[in-house]
Design a binder for this molecule. Structure first.
Ligand code: TYM
Length: 340
């Protein structure tokens, strides 16, 4: 897959694996499973670039909230296993000049009508709010996201299911720009762990919808202690009558996604087989999930506590400089394609 889709384009891929997280609250294990886990796996082979999407954070959070979480996300990337010797980490706001310019230029490729019909925006607003009444930064969310990806000339973008529509739009914008002007961008793709499988959507433990930083009751946070994890998993929705519901699938994805231990995977598969055959085994499944999550978070806590005081500063100094240079190079190519 790497190296595909480049024919005839002026710029090559600038980075093979790329993703970002908004610093809008404490991270959940779904953030890890949806995006960071693939980065950690792929860094054996590639040199990933990850970033803190703090400008995106401003679309619905205060500058104070974003400032409070900005460096926490960097610490989390590192504690979750992003290796600073293999990967770059940057903050989006430190690249705002090239990214802002790229956003303006890319917005020449999309109509207001298309922007207000992006499914993620519609979901966010619900039926009551008129899309034309929102702040323009919110409407520009997917164009800025396209700028993030295209400025780094990313090839594979690990994201959860909720971001797939944005990756599709990024590809559309790249295609339109390449076709209407000069071939400039290599084509990015969403990356799924099993290479082409279903994008991941971890559900809230209770109720409907995805597990999210903004729905604390249904989320397992990286910051949760052992007793919180135990309590939340005990209350998690499951299913009845041997039906494997999306909530059960989510619990399976959590247990299998947080450990590579084959015996745990077999145990989970065995529990699900027994459940399908009529066994009352959801308590067992919850027991495995609780243990796996607590083991994972124990290691995370250890890694966070072991971080030296200058680590974040040093990592960002290097990451910001490199990512900025790449973004400037892409912006130059965009401007030249537009005869500027
Ligand atoms: P954010 O901060 O909402 O989420 C970060 C990552 O976590 C994934 N994720 C999930 N995956 C599975 N199940 C869930 N319940 C779940 N909740 C969150 C998200 O899909 C995401 O991959 N727009 C992005 C940030 C962004 C970005 C980018 C990402 C800005 N520019 C460029 C990649 C490339 C966002 O809101 O992520």
């Amino acid at each position: 897959m790497v190296g595909a889709d480049t024919a005839g384009e002026a710029l090559g891929y600038g980075t093979q694996v790329f993703t970002g997280i908004r610093p809008t609250g404490d991270l959940t294990i779904a953030n890890y499973l949806g995006a960071v886990r693939e980065i950690v796996d792929l860094q054996q082979t590639y040199e990933p670039v990850v970033f803190v999407a703090d400008v995106h954070g401003m679309t619905d959070q205060s500058p104070d909230t974003v400032a409070e979480h900005r460096e926490e996300v960097v610490k989390d990337f590192l504690a979750l296993g992003v290796d600073p010797d293999r990967a770059e980490i940057f903050t989006q706001s430190q690249l705002l000049r090239p990214l802002g310019a790229a956003t303006v230029l890319l917005s020449g490729e999309i109509t207001l009508n298309e922007l207000t019909n992006v499914p993620t925006l519609k979901d966010k607003l619900g039926d009551e709010q008129d899309p034309l009444s929102i702040r323009t930064l919110m409407a520009l969310y997917p164009v800025l996201m396209a700028a993030d990806i295209l400025a780094q000339r990313a090839e594979l973008v690990p994201v959860g299911k909720d971001q797939i529509a944005h990756i599709e739009l990024t590809r559309d914008l790249a295609r339109r720009f390449n076709d209407r002007h000069e071939p400039t961008f290599p084509m990015p793709s969403a990356y799924m762990a099993d290479g082409g499988g279903e994008p991941l959507k971890i559900l809230a433990l209770t109720g409907d919808g995805k597990m999210s930083k903004s729905q604390p009751g249904g989320a397992l946070f990286l910051a949760d202690d052992r007793s919180e994890v135990t309590r939340k998993v005990r209350r998690a929705q499951t299913g009845m009558d041997g039906q494997v519901t999306p909530h059960i699938e989510s619990l399976v994805n959590i247990a299998k996604g947080l450990t590579g231990d084959a015996t745990v995977h077999q145990k989970v598969d065995g529990i699900i087989d027994e459940y399908k055959a009529g066994g009352q085994v959801m308590g067992q499944l919850k027991g495995v999930v609780t243990t796996v999550v607590n083991d994972f978070l124990g290691e995370y806590r250890y890694q966070r506590a072991a971080q030296g005081p200058d680590l974040v500063h040093d990592v960002l100094a290097q990451g910001n400089a490199r990512a900025n240079a790449r973004a400037e190079e892409t912006l130059d190519a965009m401007m030249s394609a537009l005869k500027m």
